[in-house]
Design a binder for this molecule. Structure first.
Ligand code: CDP
Length: 208
């Protein structure tokens, strides 16, 4: 069983994916971490993000263990950098097989990202597209960064979210969009618990 979750930055996909996976006893992959990890290696080596060949090589040789434990990956700078290198088709190609294999594991897997329902797992059993108003997403990301101890201004985050939406939705390769058979869940007025309950109902409806 595969549950695919897509949506824009800070829409709550990660939290939701984790909770659904725990509920069903499935494995969970936050695929954004893969792109963030590629960006981090480039930045650590002082390689410009514009260097497609270097980004591709890093993606092809990425060590995918311990991604979850690395808190630096979750910082704002890494998200922005990930959005740049994730627009390169060869980078996406290099990370595809791992994501597909991850989805195959029994008894099931939850993957979240931008193109899970459209490209990575087009035949997923359930596809959720999680959205929320940019202002609400910026509010959540702001809180999250402050909790992590990062310096963060709400207005800057809102600008960044808008820029990232624009880049992710308008790129030619695997743009962010809902799959035709995805169910859209707008979490603007839902807290994490309410979003989880709503998602659970969608999964149960699909499964029955
Ligand atoms: O948590 P947040 O939504 O801010 O970011 P993320 O899910 O970690 O993704 C960071 C960036 O990686 C996104 O802005 C996308 O450009 C890219 N990404 C992607 O292209 N495809 C995915 N499946 C996941 C992330």
């Amino acid at each position: 069983m595969i549950i695919a979750i897509d949506g824009p930055a800070a829409s709550g996909k990660g939290t939701l994916g984790k909770r659904l996976a725990e509920h069903y006893g499935f494995a969970h992959l936050d695929t954004g971490l893969l792109y963030r990890a590629v960006a981090r290696v480039l930045m650590d080596r002082d390689v410009p993000l514009a260097d497609r060949d270097a980004a591709t090589q890093v993606a092809q040789n990425l060590d995918v263990s311990h991604l979850e434990d690395d808190s630096r990956l979750r910082g704002a700078a890494m998200g922005e950098a990930a959005s740049v290198i994730s627009a390169y088709q060869p980078v996406r190609d290099a990370l595809l097989a791992f994501q597909r294999q991850f989805g195959e594991q029994p008894p099931g897997a939850v993957l979240d990202g931008r193109d899970i329902g459209t490209v990575v797992c087009p035949s997923a059993d359930v596809k959720l597209f999680i959205t929320a108003a940019p202002e609400e997403r910026a509010r959540r990301r702001h809180l999250e960064l402050l909790r992590r101890g990062e310096q963060a201004e709400y207005e800057t985050i809102l600008d960044e979210i808008r820029r990232r939406d624009e880049r992710d939705m308008n790129r030619s390769t695997a743009p962010l969009k809902a799959a035709a058979d995805a169910v859209t869940l707008d979490t603007t007025h839902l807290d994490a618990d309410a979003a989880f309950q709503a998602a659970l109902r969608i999964v149960e409806d699909k499964g029955s």
